[in-house]
Design a protein around this ligand. Structure first.
Ligand code: BG6
Length: 476
């Protein structure tokens, strides 16, 4: 018995910056991600101090070649189609279209690549689901404007949207304005290369929320633009989600969890409801933050998204007690206490399928807009056997638990359009720059140093997911 509707969109997700490689091919400009080294050379430090990182020369940049999807996309998409994908989520690399972000004309060679990519998806019966900006803002916008801290990024982003929405609207119906928009509070670099490392804590907070405001206005204006270009287009927002649990039933812990949840929901509250929530205004006041917003901005925010998408890897745990709060675990890149009820991956991420059901119910109850689970999965080390097999039972167990719980959420009454598990083909990890942290159904023969044949092999999970799709979510 399946809980999934018959037109449920099953598929997988990647992002341009983590799979395409070809970092300077066909006149592509450098993106922010192109200056990031791998973990051994200090990727995290570079994320936190991007201006300093941009001055350094590293031995190896994982994004430069990545898995070379730019040249292998046809065969890769054919393998996705073989699994029965009905949707394929990827992103457009902004610096392929505007190499410097503010060029007078778009780059035709970059546009032509996505014509072919999206057409190939369609030919194979897959809906493309496209993220407009997934971490790879043109590097020049960091150097010239300090990223989204500068209001002018709104118009530059809208020019880019105008070009791609006009060009691809007949091929692409589902769009996301910004990947994990709430991440800007945790990794400001992802806000177009913002560097807040020299600022006081208060100034940094002010800068991050001002940049967030610029992104929220840009997102709302992009939604309006898309609807005017083609009324069939469905525009979504995208949250790095994961319910935050209180460490104990102590009311102070419950309040701390409520506040931590709001930190992420803040973005979606604006994008899905069309105005700033009162708690945000109270937060700005309490922290003496003065966010510049014009009446025209507030009017623009009224254009809301058609659906709410999110990534979900793990739940989180918080405590109001500063001593307890000092103990750290991991949940995506967020801080979280260690939850004794949950297993962890080799990278310390705590896995929690029931947390997906809880998150889906809460997001649905809050917005009453269709959901799309656009990232979920387990990053683990895989072993390729001599006969080119990968026996990834651990990944199947993770996905089974999560898909079953997603089905339970749908049975609870949540409306969900689809599911694209993360990294359906192995790609470069965003947080560590490693290849060894693999999420895929398809193994890519490439290591952390970019060595390997780059050949593709089907893992056990490939055949398992194919059956899940064929049986519309039955995971037995
Ligand atoms: C999400 C991002 O935060 O998590 C992806 O949208 C990222 O870009 C994914 O790859 C998994 O994180 P990581 O660090 O394991 O690659």
């Amino acid at each position: 018995m399946t809980n999934f509707p018959k037109d449920f969109l099953w598929g997988g997700a990647v992002a341009a910056n983590q799979c395409e490689g070809a970092y300077q091919v066909d006149s592509k400009g450098l993106s922010l991600v192109d200056i990031l080294p791998d973990a051994k050379q200090g990727r995290w430090d570079a994320l936190m101090h991007p201006k300093a990182a941009a001055q350094k020369t590293y031995d190896f940049y994982p994004s430069h070649e990545s898995i070379d999807f730019y040249h292998t996309y046809e065969q890769d998409l054919e393998m996705m189609a073989e699994m029965g994908f009905k949707v394929f989520r990827t992103s457009i690399s902004w610096p392929r279209i505007f190499p410097n972000g503010d060029d007078a004309q778009p780059n035709e060679a970059g546009l032509a690549f996505y014509d072919k990519l999206f057409q190939k998806c369609r030919d194979l019966g897959m809906e493309p689901l496209v993220t407009i900006n997934h971490f790879d803002t043109p590097l020049a916008l960091m150097e010239k404007y300090n990223g989204w801290a500068d209001r002018r990024l709104i118009d530059l982003y809208l020019r880019y949207c105008d070009v791609i929405l006009h060009r691809y609207h007949k091929l692409v119906k589902y769009w996301l304005t910004f990947n994990e928009i709430n991440m800007i509070l945790h990794i400001p670099f992802l806000g177009g290369g913002m560097d807040v490392s020299d600022l006081s804590a208060k100034e940094a907070l002010q800068t991050k929320y001002q940049a967030a405001h610029h992104q929220l206005v840009a997102s709302a204006k992009a939604v309006k633009m898309a609807h005017e270009i083609d009324s069939d287009i469905k525009m979504g927002c995208m949250l790095a989600a994961g319910e935050v649990y209180p460490n104990t039933p102590a009311p102070a812990d419950v309040l701390a969890a409520l506040q931590a949840n709001r930190e992420g929901y803040f973005f979606i509250d604006v994008q899905a409801r069309g105005y700033y929530p009162n708690y945000a205004k109270a937060f700005f006041k309490a922290n003496d933050l003065h966010i510049e917003m014009t009446d025209a901005d507030l009017a623009a925010l009224k254009e809301t998204v058609d659906f709410v998408s999110f990534s979900y890897y793990a739940s989180r745990l918080v405590s109001a007690d500063p001593e307890v709060a000092a103990e750290k675990g991991e949940a995506n890149v967020f801080n979280s206490l260690k939850n004794p009820y949950l297993p962890t991956s080799s990278w310390g991420w705590q896995t929690d399928g029931v947390g997906l059901r809880i998150t889906m119910n809460n997001v649905w109850d809050r917005y009453q807009k269709p959901l799309f689970v656009v990232e979920n999965g387990l990053g683990e080390k895989d072993e390729l056997t001599a006969d080119h097999k990968v026996h990834d039972a651990y990944r199947i167990a993770y996905l089974k638990e999560n898909i079953d719980q997603m089905g339970q959420a749908i049975a609870d009454g949540v409306v969900c359009w689809g599911y694209t598990s993360w990294g359906c083909i192995d790609l470069v990890s965003a947080s560590t720059g490693e290849m060894a942290k693999r999420y895929g159904y398809i193994y890519v023969d490439r290591d952390n140093n970019g060595q390997g044949t780059n050949a593709r092999y089907r893992k056990d999970s490939f055949y398992w997911y194919k059956d899940v799709i064929a049986n519309n979510g039955v995971t037995e």
